[in-house]
Design a protein around this ligand. Structure first.
Ligand SMILES: Nc1ncnc2c1ncn2[C@@H]1O[C@H](COP(=O)(O)OP(=O)(O)OP(=O)(O)O)[C@@H](O)[C@H]1O
Ligand SMILES: [Mg+2]
Length: 444
């Protein structure tokens, strides 16, 4: 019988004694008497499930405990006295952050079921996280930096909800890519994806582009035209550069979002439309609202879910991965004698600030692939300055990186690429090892 490990925060130890007497033989409980001990036990790793005993009200909730419970890798079950559950601070904390809670006194058969379920869920969560750390990205995007992991977690929730989404982020950070992912990974995937750039269409045409018109509605309206809103029925309408929409059209769009129907120009009847609006902006809509250039009521309608796409300079870890992915993609389309990137090129890319973000990276890599006269792309092929500190100076940081890489690679070889065994050998947690492997671009 294999034992399952559970951390139990039980200040007085009373519940643990009862559990032992009740024969939870397939569980190994690790008791912490204080929140600090619980944190230390958690950091040692191995526990997928946590039990927190609140046999009396606890106020305020100690910060380390609150953070530990909110941590996603462990599923927490609360065993709480009725008094603790009724407490104005502790009660909501238990209900909202825990996997489940039971009211004391202990009900062993019920607890056994709950713990088993919590363990299964934590195990599954762990596998999903490992898979996403090992893959190069999700939702059709490349990147495994913490900033991108956060975006993926948000997208997991967003695709399932049917609310409007507002995307913000600098030029070239992937707003349109995310809008497509919201379509492709949602229940609307079989419906249309209609994209419209509000900045690129002349003001005189936007009205009919959005709402459509009947034949003869205005001079030049020779035929009936279905507008983009109507065309996106049962799908997703992507409104790019929404900040450039005139105040008049903002009012029309707001009316649509409230009523979910449109009246074509020159028509008398309305048509019901079921669409999900995803809007994007590279301007700060908050300040546009403050300057009365953007309607506050429309803003709040669109801003139900807000996703911010991080600029490339805030996820340097992703740059080499993105560059290689782009390289591989174009190398299969257009065979090239260029074999890849020199170390100097990777360093130069990681040092560059990328005002044009991923789009700029794609352009520079493609340019280099076509123009480079070397086997490996050099910084100048990318139009970037060579890193300043060549010839390489052995800084402390670099020496550490070398040592880390050396030891991790050696340990992985010795352990036949078993990450858990390597982590144990190196005296770090598996999570930390994965993080280091990502940063150093080591592939198990
Ligand atoms: N994380 C990513 N992984 C892979 N490709 C990406 C990623 N982010 C962006 N791209 C690619 O970069 C290019 C620019 O992305 P996109 O058009 O979605 O940016 P944007 O935010 O809409 O930019 P703009 O504000 O200029 O319209 C596209 O070719 C897109 O496929
Ligand atoms: Mg765009």
């Amino acid at each position: 019988m294999s034992l399952r490990d559970a951390l139990i925060y039980d200040a007085r130890g009373q519940v643990l004694r009862e559990l032992a007497a009740q024969g939870f033989d397939d569980w190994q409980f690790h008791r912490a008497a204080t929140p600090a001990e619980a944190v230390a036990l958690h950091e040692r790793g191995g526990c997928r499930v946590g039990i927190a005993v609140f046999d009396q009200a606890l106020d305020p909730i100690p910060d380390p405990l609150a953070r530990l419970v909110a941590e996603a890798e462990v599923e927490w079950v609360a065993l709480a006295s009725p008094e603790a559950l009724m407490h104005p601070v502790l009660g909501p904390f238990i209900v909202h952050t825990f996997h489940d809670y039971h009211t004391l006194p202990l009900d062993p058969p019920r607890l056994r079921v709950t713990l088993g379920h919590a363990h299964g869920k934590a195990e599954r969560r762990h596998q999903m996280r490992d898979a996403s750390l090992r893959s190069s990205g999700r939702f059709g995007m490349t990147g495994r930096s913490p900033a991108m992991q956060r975006l993926y977690r948000q997208l997991d929730k967003v695709v399932g909800a049917d609310a409007p989404v507002l995307l913000s982020g600098e030029s070239g950070t992937g707003k349109e890519l995310v809008a497509r992912a919201i379509h492709d990974y949602s229940a609307r995937a079989d419906g249309p994806f209609v994209a419209m750039n509000c900045a690129a269409i002349p003001a005189s045409l936007i009205q009919s582009e959005l709402f459509g018109h009947e034949k003869g509605a205005f001079t030049g309206a020779l035929q009936r035209k279905i507008g983009n809103i109507e065309a996106s029925d049962r799908g997703v309408l992507f409104l790019d550069e929404i900040g450039d929409l005139s105040l008049e059209l903002q009012a029309n769009l707001l009316r649509f979002l409230q009523e979910m129907n449109v009246v074509r120009l020159g028509a008398t009847r309305h048509v019901d439309v079921d669409t999900r609006v995803v809007a994007a902006t590279h301007v700060d809509l908050h300040s546009a609202v403050a300057h009365e250039q953007f309607r506050a009521d429309l803003f709040y309608r669109l801003d139900v879910v807000h996703l911010h796409l991080p600029p490339l300079r805030e996820r340097v870890e992703d740059i080499a991965l993105l560059a290689h992915t782009i390289f591989d993609k174009y190398a299969t389309q257009h065979p090239t004698p260029v074999r890849g990137f020199s170390d100097e090129a990777v360093q130069a890319m990681e040092a560059h600030l990328w005002p044009g973000n991923v789009r700029e990276l794609i352009n520079r890599v493609r340019h280099a692939m076509i123009m480079s006269e070397h086997r490996l792309i050099l910084p100048e092929d990318l139009g970037l300055a060579a890193p300043v500190d060549t010839p390489p100076v052995m800084t402390l940081q670099r020496a550490r990186t070398h040592l880390d890489r050396d030891m991790i690679e050696r340990s992985l070889r010795q352990n036949h690429c078993n990450v858990s065994q390597s982590a144990r050998q190196l005296g770090i947690s598996r999570v930390t090892l994965y993080r280091l492997m990502n940063r150093l671009n080591i592939n198990p």
